[in-house]
Every structure is written in structure tokens, then in C-alpha cells.
Design a protein around this ligand. Structure first.
Ligand code: AMP
Length: 283
């Protein structure tokens, strides 16, 4: 495995591979890697001859007062994990590489509508930050495939829409959520939980499962199901932002006749903002 820190070095590798007619798969990350990230790499290796993982904590997708400054950075451990998984190339740029003109008046990529609901409502500008940095990674890596986790389901849809609208010749692959044994979705931010909070955190997945079962039984009871879950989260000490059932294809509010739904939630527990979702198929 090779690690490069500059766009010039990245482009040189890509040029060599493309010259040899080799396919490329990219998995963008912010580092502090866990098994969820590694599952993306495993699938990337299955799909393409060459694999690239990027590690970059992207400031413009964090809001004021969010955890940009304290986001865990564990490059040496990450490199070991990636090498053990057979990665070809790690791209770990610094700020100047990806933001040569600074971050005040630079060009941004914005995907309309879907960026402004759910997480976008609570984190204004977040998805524009994501779309912008992912565009930069796409243009410089020119992958055939790019892999994203379904844990960040709204992000996955934003990227799919961006790729369609901007005609990027890249196939976007969504990967299943990897969970801890108690059901908590793996996340770098779980490290912010103290032991008591960590013990409580699996309630999120438990409520998603219970709510999915209820929804499948009585699709008309969506509102009550949402309110009941929000109430249970609050009672257990979470600060939920939303717990809602949406149409899986585009996250629009579900209307009668929709069969493919998804329950999505974002909830704070202590200093950790936890995100999770579960698909529901109605008969
Ligand atoms: P992050 O480093 O948190 O920005 O995540 C990088 C990529 O890994 C994103 O596409 C995430 O959706 C994905 N990812 C994060 N956590 C998980 C998980 N538990 N299971 C599967 N994919 C994940």
C-alpha cells in the first residue's frame, strides 16, 4: 500500500493505472477507520482492479460549534488496517491541497432539495460541503466505482443525484450498515460516548426495529409510531432531531401506495450525534 498526500502524486498513480486499462474504485472517508469503512474497501476490491481510500476531515461540511476540531485522527492505525486489507493507495491530503483558494469564497457544489431536509435542516450547508469535497475527489481519482455507506443514507442519495446531474461517469455503490453486536451502527463518533451512554445507545436500533415492525402492520399509524419513538428517545435521555418514515427512493414524505419506505433517525446522546436508519417494505 502506498500513501500519498498531494494531488500531483494521486494523479500520477491514476494516470499509470488508467494507461494500463485498469479499473478503479474509491471509498472516501474521514478516517478513524472501523469495520464499516473496511466493508467498503472489501467491496471495492471485489469490483475493481485498483482501490483508493481517501482520508480527509472536510471542514466545510461541519457547522459552527460542531466537532471538526476534535474529530478523531488516527492515521497510523488507519494505515495499518488499510494495508492489512490490501488497499493500493491511500490519499490523505492536507487542507491546502483540496482548498487552494481557501474556504470563504471558493466554488461549491450544491444538490438542491434533498440537501435541505432531515439532516440538512439541522446542519445547514452540510451536504453542499460533502458534495463539494466528493466532487474534488471524483475529478482527481476518476474512479469507475465509488462506495458509500447506507448509514449516511441521505448522503448516499445526495451523491447519487449529484453524479446523475453532473454526468460523472461513476457508478455509486451503497453498502449495508455495519453494526456492533448490540446493534449500534458503527461510527467514529461513538467514541464520544461514555460507558453509561454507550450502554443506552443501542436503543436507537431497537426502536428502528420495533417501529419497522409496527409500520409493516399498520402503515396508516406512521405519525403515532414516529411520536412514540421520539418520546422513548427523549425519556431515555437522548435529544432526538428526527425519527421519521420516508419514501426510500427520494426521502419524500410517504404517501399511500408507497411500498419501499425507510425509517431514519438522528439523535444526540451526550456529545455524540448518532445517525441510523432501517428499510421497511410494505406488502
Ligand atoms: P465517514 O468516515 O464517517 O465520513 O464515513 C465514510 C464512509 O463510510 C461513508 O460512506 C459512510 O457512510 C461509511 N460508513 C460509516 N459508518 C458505516 C457503517 N457503520 N457501515 C457501513 N458504512 C459506514
Amino acid at each position: 500500500m502506498k500513501t500519498v498526500h498531494t494531488l500531483d502524486e494521486l494523479r500520477a498513480e491514476i494516470r499509470r493505472w488508467k494507461g494500463a486499462g485498469e479499473t478503479i474504485a474509491l471509498a472516501p472517508t474521514m478516517g478513524n477507520l472501523h469495520d464499516g469503512h473496511l466493508s467498503l474497501l472489501r467491496e471495492a476490491r471485489r469490483l475493481a482492479k485498483r482501490t483508493v481510500v481517501s482520508i480527509f476531515v472536510n471542514p466545510i461540511q461541519f457547522g459552527k460549534g460542531e466537532d471538526y476540531e476534535k474529530y478523531p485522527s488516527t492515521l497510523a492505525e488507519d494505515q495499518e488496517k488499510l494495508a492489512a486489507e490490501g488497499l493500493d493507495l491511500l490519499f490523505a491530503p492536507d487542507l491546502r491541497q483540496l482548498y487552494p483558494a481557501g474556504m470563504e469564497t471558493d466554488t461549491r457544489v450544491t444538490v438542491p432539495e434533498i440537501s435541505n431536509i432531515l439532516c440538512g435542516q439541522f446542519r445547514p450547508g452540510h451536504f453542499s460541503g460533502v458534495a463539494t469535497v466528493v466532487s474534488k475527489l471524483f475529478i482527481n481519482t476518476m474512479p469507475d466505482y465509488a462506495l458509500f455507506g447506507e448509514k449516511d443514507y441521505q448522503q448516499l442519495l445526495v451523491i447519487k443525484r449529484m453524479v446523475k446531474d453532473l454526468c460523472f461517469p461513476i457508478e455509486i455503490i451503497g453498502m449495508p450498515i455495519m453494526r456492533e453486536t448490540d446493534g449500534l451502527a458503527m461510527s467514529s463518533r461513538n467514541a464520544y460516548l461514555d460507558p453509561v451512554q454507550r450502554g443506552k445507545a443501542s436503543l436507537i436500533y431497537q426502536l428502528l426495529k420495533e417501529s419497522a415492525a409496527k409500520l409493516a402492520q399498520s402503515p396508516d399509524a406512521i405519525l403515532e409510531i414516529e411520536v412514540a419513538a421520539l418520546t422513548r428517545l427523549s425519556a431515555a435521555g437522548f435529544r432526538p432531531e428526527y425519527f421519521t418514515a420516508r419514501r426510500a427512493a427520494d426521502l419524500a414524505p410517504h404517501s399511500p401506495g408507497d411500498k419501499q419506505l425507510i425509517l431514519l433517525t438522528a439523535a444526540w446522546l451526550g456529545g455524540a450525534r448518532l445517525l441510523d436508519n432501517l428499510r421497511v417494505e410494505l406488502q
